[in-house]
Write a protein that binds this ligand. Sequence first.
Ligand SMILES: *[C@@H]1O[C@H](CO)[C@@H](O)[C@H](O)[C@H]1NC(C)=O
Ligand SMILES: *[C@@H]1O[C@H](CO)[C@@H](O)[C@H](O)[C@H]1NC(C)=O
Ligand SMILES: *[C@@H]1O[C@H](CO)[C@@H](O)[C@H](O)[C@H]1NC(C)=O
Ligand SMILES: *[C@@H]1O[C@H](CO)[C@@H](O)[C@H](O)[C@H]1NC(C)=O
Ligand SMILES: *[C@@H]1O[C@H](CO)[C@@H](O)[C@H](O)[C@H]1NC(C)=O
Ligand SMILES: *[C@@H]1O[C@H](CO)[C@@H](O)[C@H](O)[C@H]1NC(C)=O
Ligand SMILES: *[C@@H]1O[C@H](CO)[C@@H](O)[C@H](O)[C@H]1NC(C)=O
Length: 515
Amino acid sequence: MASRSVTRMIEYIKSNRRIRFVLASAVILLLLGIVIAIFLGTWIRLFIDHELVLRPGSMTFEWWARPPVRPFVKVYVYNVTNADEFLNNGSKPILDELGPYVYSEEWEKINITDNENGTLSFHYKRTYTFQPEMSNGMDDDAVVVPNIPMLSATSQSKHAARFLRLAMASIMDILKIKPFVEVSVGQLLWGYEDPLLKLAKDVVPKEQKLPYEEFGLFYGKNGTSPDVVTMFTGATDMTRYGIVDRYNMRDRLPHWTTDQCNSVAGSDGSIFPPHITANDTLRVYDKDLCRLLPLRYLETVESSAGVEGYRFTPPEDVFANDEHNKCFCPAGPPCAPDGLFNVSLCQYDSPIMLSFPHFYLADPSLREAVEGISPPVAEKHRLYIDVQPEMGIAMRARARIQINLAVSQVLDIKQVANFPDIVFPILWFEEGIDELPEQVSSLLRLATRVPGVARAALAGGLCALGAALVLLAVTCLIRSSHRQSTLRLEAHVVAKPPPPKTPSKESAYELNSRR
Ligand SMILES: *[C@@H]1O[C@H](CO)[C@@H](O)[C@H](O)[C@H]1NC(C)=O
Ligand SMILES: *[C@@H]1O[C@H](CO)[C@@H](O)[C@H](O)[C@H]1NC(C)=O
Ligand SMILES: *[C@@H]1O[C@H](CO)[C@@H](O)[C@H](O)[C@H]1NC(C)=O
Ligand SMILES: *[C@@H]1O[C@H](CO)[C@@H](O)[C@H](O)[C@H]1NC(C)=O
Ligand SMILES: *[C@@H]1O[C@H](CO)[C@@H](O)[C@H](O)[C@H]1NC(C)=O
Ligand SMILES: *[C@@H]1O[C@H](CO)[C@@H](O)[C@H](O)[C@H]1NC(C)=O
Ligand SMILES: *[C@@H]1O[C@H](CO)[C@@H](O)[C@H](O)[C@H]1NC(C)=O
């Protein structure tokens, strides 16, 4: 019975071109919907990758070369308010956190050379402008801070011959060098003439010479950097997009003990290899940090322009004094305590230690060795970057670092004989971008929302249309098969009893009369 009606339906389909057409269209639409549901994601990925590649002349390239962002750096200086008592009476240093002193930045990449092998070489150019109306104080505010060149020299002399230390003491006497200096915030950052560095410039043999006679914590950062950076463009390998290939022609740092720790293969923090998942570890390379900084997923956030992003932050043990940081301690043990990173090898052997602001994630005893630093708060003192995961573009960032000086007591040098072993905080800063310009944000919004919506709409729409057509065709078929069986019934009404499941004649007549 059933096979007979199927045969009839097939006959009907064969004889009716309209039904054939409808059925064929339905099948094509359904297939198209399925193909889109499966492959649209891949196509969009390929399209994004293609658009992101840093090809001279492309829009991405222009944005990369002259980022249309307004970065700023906010500096907080620890003013020492009891320098004399600290030196004479052995009291804890009392620090007064001043600031922020805000500088706006303009970023640019200059002398860009296309190496024709999927890399570009260039120099960073950064211009800083003081923003008095955003700052709490002026950059000519006088502050009292440890004399970093002097304390570096005395701390380094700890293991030298005693007569050298005595000679150093008398030179410092003659030059009237004191363990604390009073300088302006601008001088502390951008440089002031230091008598010791000046002297060193004249007496130290040329090869070991410091490259400058001024001292400033951001000295030489305003303007074009002399370093040549070679970076992957993504043209050959999207998984290395925006990653540093070489820094000053070297692909490794010379300072640490393993290849992994010497690697410079990180992003500069502005662009990352696209299609980031919450399981990925991002790596940022910064020359002053002297290593790659790993970043892990923390949470999903939304930028104020309404673009969803992943917040990445360093793991809590990033500066821990443990097994996986042993490679950063070539002279140890003992190594730097928890939460401090010894960058002295990158800073001409000055005992500079980096940490997060307020000793966030560091041994609490470091903060308790001084007075005037409030307990760290993750929201205010954590370093993070919010990236748009599909395109790997940083939307918001807070690079927060504190600079400390690890002073060693040297009894032979009378000026510093009372300066105990201490990790002395100097300042902390936060470099950041708040928001991408609207043109970039709207593109990111488009890139995040459109694929999902387009896929749902296209695939869903096509499948629904296909299904509707199938339904239509099936309805027609059923009706026509009813009609046919009704016709046959009418023709052989005497010869054959009607099939049990045939609907009433009424409906068949209805159908006929409607046609
Ligand atoms: C920094 O501290 C010194 C005292 O040690 C004080 O004279 C000076 O005014 C302070 N600077 C600011 C900007 O408050
Ligand atoms: C050191 O402490 C003594 C008493 O404890 C006090 O008289 C003196 O003024 C202090 N010196 C300084 C520089 O504050
Ligand atoms: C950039 O290129 C120009 C001309 O090619 C050259 O004069 C200049 O020294 C270069 N600058 C740097 C920082 O290499
Ligand atoms: C690409 O070419 C530059 C310049 O010739 C070279 O320094 C760099 O190592 C090359 N990079 C790769 C990945 O081949
Ligand atoms: C940085 O350099 C620019 C131009 O050379 C200058 O106008 C500006 O004042 C400098 N900024 C600082 C903070 O010194
Ligand atoms: C992330 O890692 C966890 C555990 O290692 C795993 O269960 C999960 O499937 C991973 N997610 C992705 C997207 O790879
Ligand atoms: C920092 O590193 C230098 C060079 O490896 C080393 O001489 C110095 O002792 C280290 N400082 C500390 C406090 O570990």
